[in-house]
Design a protein around this ligand. Structure first.
Ligand code: FAD
Length: 447
């Protein structure tokens, strides 16, 4: 047998942030024997209420990373449908029957983000899966980055220690740094400053886990997008034992958190079936967010990369944020692996930066804005006739096989970087990369 003479061009990658994107990237790289250090600012994994549903493109990455069986075991067994309702009279306007894909391994994943990252972390620490190649360090708050092209190294400056301790300062070096440190990314700010292109929406998102028997009594199940100019959002069954997630946008601007929460009974009464009073439901946890659609000018500066929310953010209507985050790191992992194993030149790393940014700007940004506008700006009494996306769903609903094919299609937000393998290095790699036209809609959601 011929012995490989290939010497890997790099040895270690430093990932900032132990959120879904950071942990998933570490797992995918460990599968190919590439060691990582993951630095997390907090002493624990994030438990705030954020993502709960991840479309087929993300599920395909979860399967690749070996996470899917554990995600399915933790998830609710069935997610029958996604529908859009008019809040004024509770009328279901249109529905997508998700049962047509219930036997598909890669169907949408439903799981609270907090549970998902716990499973990811367990896999990282598991000697069989993480192979001892993933070094996750909590209480490591990254404050800045730097790089030296000649030495082919990049680094981060870190404050180490718990919040109540005196901090130790350290510089940690690796071949590459990847900022997976979320929307307020210190890595991004160290490269581009505080401001980044895009917009902040004029509303506050109020997100809560809710127990209320009225959902079942009134025949609600699955995901329910609520259309109204004042009371819009998503109400969905999310966990075992009757756990539901209620997310709504409050159009009031500039209130304190307490003032927003004081308005919650008004929103709940309008949106929940049966119009309940506060003593009829139980709220378990609440988080409030400002929501943005933004994208950084470049996902790569020399040896420092940005991925997921650190590189781009979008409003959560339609579940694009984490799904796109997973596609970013799935793609970046393929680029690092191809370069590491000698199947691609260094320019594949530039290809990552360009393609994933183009996809965000061309598809994700626009579609997530359409999804937001559909629930909060349209006329709920005419939207079924006027909305192009609803027209497409109406057509798809005529034939189960067509609907199934649509739900499982390769989406335009996916991109296979292994198509650039065996492409010997051809210079700087900053030329534009054409990406194939595939499935996907100019309006709507990738569910
Ligand atoms: C209300 C809401 C609902 C959502 N619903 C969905 C959904 O259903 N589906 C979907 O796909 N997406 C959804 N999203 C978006 C999704 O939650 C995010 O896109 C996703 O969490 C991004 O993952 P990330 O790893 O990039 O960043 P994060 O999840 O923010 O993780 C970043 C990590 O980096 C750490 N960190 C930050 N700064 C530093 C530092 N300086 N040094 C070291 N570590 C640091 C943080 O503590 C954190 O652990 C939703 C978002 C919100 C707000």
């Amino acid at each position: 047998m011929e012995e490989s003479t290939h010497t890997p061009p790099f040895h270690k990658i430093l990932i900032v942030g132990a959120g879904p994107s950071g942990l998933l990237l570490a797992l995918l790289l460990a599968q190919h024997n590439i060691p990582t250090i993951v630095l997390e600012a907090w002493p624990w994994l994030d438990t705030r209420l954020r993502a709960t549903q991840y479309g087929v493109p993300a599920t395909r990455i979860f399967r690749r990373a070996g996470l899917l069986p554990d995600f399915r075991a933790a998830s609710i067994p069935k997610f029958p449908a996604i529908c859009w309702r008019r809040v004024a009279d509770g009328e279901k306007l249109i529905e997508i029957d998700m049962s047509v894909v219930e036997d598909e391994e890669d169907r949408m994943t439903v799981l609270q983000l907090g549970e998902m990252i716990q499973i990811m972390y367990k896999h990282c620490m598991d000697p069989a899966r993480g192979k001892g190649l993933i070094d996750v360090r909590f209480n490591h708050w990254v404050t800045g980055t730097g790089q030296d092209g000649e030495r082919k190294k990049a680094w981060v400056d870190v404050e180490i220690g718990r919040q109540d301790e005196e901090k130790r300062l350290e510089r940690i070096e690796a071949d590459y740094v990847v900022g997976c440190d979320g929307a307020s990314s210190a890595v991004r700010q160290s490269l581009f400053g505080k401001d980044w292109p895009g917009q902040t929406w004029d509303c506050r998102f109020v997100v809560q886990n809710v127990y209320y028997d009225g959902f079942e009594k009134h025949g609600w199940d699955g995901g329910n997008y609520c259309i109204d100019n004042n009371h819009w959002g998503l109400i969905a069954r999310r966990g075992h034992g009757g756990l539901w997630r209620v997310t709504y946008g409050d159009p009031a601007v500039g209130l304190t958190d307490e003032e927003y929460l004081a308005r919650r009974p008004w929103h709940f009464k309008a949106m929940l079936p049966g119009h309940p009073e506060p003593d009829e439901y139980r709220i378990e946890q609440t988080n409030l967010y400002n929501i943005h659609n933004r994208c950084v000018d470049s996902f790569k500066v020399g040896r420092i990369f940005l991925a997921a929310d650190a590189a781009h953010v979008c409003n959560p209507m339609g579940g694009y944020g984490c799904m796109t985050a997973c596609l970013d790191v799935g793609g970046l992992a393929d680029c690092f692996i191809g370069y590491h194993d000698g199947k691609a030149g260094a320019e594949i790393l530039d290809t990552y930066a360009q393609v994933r940014r183009d996809i965000f700007l061309k598809y994700v940004d626009a579609r997530s804005i359409n999804n937001l506008d559909r629930v909060r700006k349209t006329d709920p009494w005419t939207v079924l006739e006027t909305d192009k996306f609803f027209g497409i769903i109406q057509d798809l609903n005529k034939d189960k096989a067509t609907l199934r094919e649509f739900l499982m299609k390769v989406s335009s937000i996916e991109y296979d970087f292994t198509q650039h393998y065996d492409n010997a290095s051809k210079g700087s790699g900053t030329d534009s990369v054409a990406f194939p036209e595939r499935g996907g809609l100019e309006v709507g959601i990738d569910i």
